[in-house]
Write a protein that binds this ligand. Sequence first.
Ligand code: GLY
Ligand code: MN
Ligand code: MN
Length: 481
Amino acid sequence: MMFRRYMASALTNRPAVRSKLGQALHENRPFLLKPGELTPGITAREYYERRLALASQLPVRSCAVILGNQVQYASGAVFFPFQQDNDLFYLTGWNEPDSIMVLEKPTERLEDVSLTMVVPPKNDFKEKWEGFRTGIDGVKQFFNADEALSIDNSIDLLTRLGKVFKRNEYIYYDEDTKKSRKYNSNILNLVKETNSGTPRKLKSIIADLRKCKSEAEIRVMRRAGQISGRSYNTAMARRFRNERTLQTYLEHKFISGGCDKSAYIPVVGAGPNALCIHYTNNNDVMYDDEMVLVDASGALGGYCSDISRTWPVSGKWPSSAHKDVYEAVLNVQRQSIRSCNTAIADKKSLHDLHEESVRLIRQELKNLNIPKASEIAEKVYPHYIGHNLGLDVHDVPEVSRFNPLVEGQVITIEPGIYIPDTLDFPKEFRNIGVRIEDDIALQKDGCLNLTVEAVKEIKDLENVMENGVTTPFEDDIVTPL
Ligand code: GLY
Ligand code: MN
Ligand code: MN
């Protein structure tokens, strides 16, 4: 028996790098970030420009305050992976817990806009347990903060914030309605005491900025989609017995291909499990006379991809009914993506695309000779055609789905058919669930499928299941993407 060992390349002699920094930067992780980037694919300059874009929406003598997230605990000392507040992340690239950003716009001149970051200071004892921190000097040096304060010195912090609120006329701050974030009530009280105003809403202004992705953002999302799509193909080329083995195989591929993590908890549902839209137990066995529905994808530099595919567990269609339902969903998905090509010119909204997809599903159900197709379309297709995608999987929900779509928006197109196990439906179709999902970047003249690698056409799918993948899948890589 021959074994082949795969290794990216020989690496010895670890270079002396700035290893005592917190989050990954070019200085401590040169294989993840290029010079000038603060997060994969996004430069410090782009973060600066985002802050100016926000400032240009605010009146003179205003300031905006955003509380970062804190580490959340599952139970006792067991913590969840840290998730930054995505508005703060969007404007700074800062990805360490217990931080606050304050943006001030004192005059008309955008050059006068200043950023103050409040962050955890370097602390030898804490860093020994929790990992290195970028610290107060680091946030100035690398993240271009004009001023930086310690989150631990609450007296100094509140005194300084009080001064900021006093010298500004308008304070933009979104109250933490869950009241779980440290300093939320201090800030609200301080605004009352020093500014005698009510904070103005900030979230919807940032949502409008986040809605339209820059070229760099599209490149990062395309890369996450490409890696994830290729991961699907390698999974389709293998046979799995357990939903959880398939889940972890895919997640391994996302990360070894260059993503940072899964963008969300995967759905891996074989047979009737596919009928539950958010099935995440992923602990069943998979039978050869079923299909498996997978909704899983990687995230890179904070940006999510979001892919669903459905394919036969054994590599062969269990019945013509399975293949017919698959083809019905594929027809709707293909047609919906085609509509994206002209969505901007036709002034269509996400809701228009959704309504179109319901009509298409209805027609496909009729073609399948499913009784009462018109009435049951919404029953077998109970969710929406898609959502905006970006730093959040369901990105910027503040943006109305009824507004015309615009250039730079990235949306998912994810129709599905899930046929319940009831007498209303012909026996051969019962318990079949299919969803097919791609990520589509809208452009003025057309659109770009960011997840095009994941095969879905019947011929391509059959070919991959039968013959495996032909594109080499580079993994365990040690160079920036
Ligand atoms: N993966 C979540 C969704 O498709 O919306
Ligand atoms: Mn999905
Ligand atoms: Mn989705």
